[in-house]
Write a new protein. Structure first.
Length: 291
């Protein structure tokens, strides 16, 4: 289907992009276009102005930032996937990126676009939540930073104002003892996940769990963590028993959607299974039974 008519803007600088956004109330940012253009084709979005930020030099870098990394709004999934800074500086992001759609989608889709789009089944909002990322929103009024809990307000809904751009996402320094695994269940390779988990575990010198982050996608209208399951692991050795306990808490506490793709009960069960697999991989390189 053809796109509805719109005026296309390709600003040469961030300042110009912000000015166009502020000038036109009905304007929308387009980065990779991998979510917005299909929505326009389906008439689920009808912006009168599109502001293309994909070639803005100010937004095109991945850089070190306070021991962690900062990823600009024009950085594609594919660029991040190939970046040594991401591989070493944020192994959870590196594990999540290849799960997004197909290579052709990752060649154009952007990391910040995934966050700004805020699809509840998308991998990167859950990664941002697990890592306590900082989201940087910029408008002609200046810059403000938001936590993931502040940023993700609901299904496809964020705290960004119409004239604000998500200019970068900052991921904090990766803890020395941290290990990670990202697992998801989807019908076919490349489909959005029915449910998924981004897990990170840090360990103390005696091998007990010092901290755990269990962040889920496809399990609510926003990415969500299960604090009770995380707490159940802390101070204990990660083994079959403690991992099964955490997985059971996850299945009991999550209240995922019931829709044409999967029932709530199926997603609850799958979330528990994925928790077991992810924790087994993160804590024992998958050597433990992970059926
Ligand atoms: C077949 C298919 C399969 C897919 N599978 C997956 C998947 O498994 N997992 C997944 O996560 N995604 C998937 N996607 C979506 C894809 O990853 C998109 O690239 C991503 O969701 C959005 O990134 P984008 O740069 O293309 O954003 P765009 O499509 O350009 O924009 C999406 C929305 O975010 C806004 N936006 C974008 N960037 C900014 C910004 N910097 N500041 C403010 N607003 C902004 C736009 O205005 C728009 O509302 C799939 C897409 C397709 C077509």
């Amino acid at each position: 289907m053809k796109l509805p008519a719109f005026t296309y803007h390709r600003p040469d600088s961030l300042q110009e992009a912000l000015a166009v956004l502020a000038e036109h109330e009905e304007a929308k940012v387009v980065a990779g276009g991998q979510s917005l253009l299909p929505m326009m084709a389906l008439r689920l979005a009808r912006p009168e102005h599109l502001v293309d930020i994909s070639r803005l030099p100010e937004l095109s870098s991945i850089r070190e930032c306070d021991g962690g990394i900062a990823i600009g709004a024009a950085v594609t999934h594919a660029t991040a996937e190939r970046s040594p800074l991401v591989t070493t500086g944020s192994p959870m992001l590196a594990a999540a990126l290849p799960l997004i759609g197909h290579q052709a989608i990752r060649n154009r889709g952007t990391v910040c676009g995934s966050l700004a789009h805020a699809d509840a089944a998308a991998e990167l909002p859950a990664v941002a939540l697990a890592l306590d990322a900082t989201l940087v929103a910029t408008s002609p009024r200046g810059e403000r930073t938001l936590t993931p809990a502040e940023f993700f307000e609901g299904y496809l809904s964020t705290a960004l104002e119409p004239d604000e751009l998500l200019t970068e996402v900052r991921l904090p320094a990766w803890p020395a003892s941290a290990t990670t695994a990202v697992h998801e269940l989807s019908r076919r390779h490349g489909d959005f996940a029915l449910v998924g988990i981004a897990a990170m575990v840090t360990t103390a010198e005696d091998g007990t769990v010092a901290s755990a982050a269990l962040s889920f996608f496809g399990a609510a209208s926003v990415p969500c963590r299960v604090a009770e399951a995380e707490a159940s692991l802390v101070g204990r050795q990660p083994n079959e028993e403690t991992i099964a306990e955490a997985a059971a808490i996850v299945s009991a506490r999550l209240a995922p959607p019931d829709d044409i793709h999967a029932s709530r009960a199926y997603r609850q069960h799958a979330a528990g299974v994925l928790t077991r697999r992810a924790l087994a991989e993160a804590t024992t390189n998958g050597k433990m039974a992970a059926a």
